[in-house]
Ligand binder design. Sequence first.
Ligand SMILES: CC(C)(COP(=O)(O)OP(=O)(O)OC[C@H]1O[C@@H](n2cnc3c(N)ncnc32)[C@H](O)[C@@H]1OP(=O)(O)O)[C@@H](O)C(=O)NCCC(=O)NCCS
Length: 142
Amino acid sequence: MSHSSAIDIRPFEDADEEAVAALWKQVFPNDPPWNEPSLVMAKKRAVQRDLFLVAMENGALAGTAMGGYDGHRGWIYALAIRPDLRRRGLGARLMARLESALSDLGCPKVNLQVRDGNEAVVAFYQRLGYAVEQRVSLGKPL
Ligand SMILES: CC(C)(COP(=O)(O)OP(=O)(O)OC[C@H]1O[C@@H](n2cnc3c(N)ncnc32)[C@H](O)[C@@H]1OP(=O)(O)O)[C@@H](O)C(=O)NCCC(=O)NCCS
């Protein structure tokens, strides 16, 4: 039987907040202050909250993926799988669900950013059909 048979993927619900915050603090320990989990979740509740997905395994949080579509491009953020559940296809399943939801909104292309040096994650995304595009990424807190 597949390890992923007990996995349920659904939109984030308010009751998931504590578990999501714990997962993100574990998986993204060096995030900047503007990525403080409770702030991120509060903002995402207000904008396209259906594109914030969680994967549950037997009622416990197994992973997250957050998307957005701005009318031109789709973006994907906060893809995180619990360390003990990796390499079972769960990250790929969450990505497929999010891509499908973005496509349903008319989104023609998805972009995402990976921290410099995170080669394993680049390999994961390439396996899913993503290509490395030579760009310089800029940002500015507002
Ligand atoms: C990246 C991440 C989401 C992958 O989740 P996952 O559930 O383990 O991925 P999957 O099992 O769906 O992997 C699908 C395929 O991607 C590739 N892959 C996944 N993890 C990989 C790794 N660490 N190194 C190389 N290839 C990898 C493999 O080809 C894999 O297929 P296989 O297991 O049959 O070989 C997970 O490792 C994670 O949460 N990492 C930390 C958070 C992070 O960096 N997120 C990305 C932010 S941009």
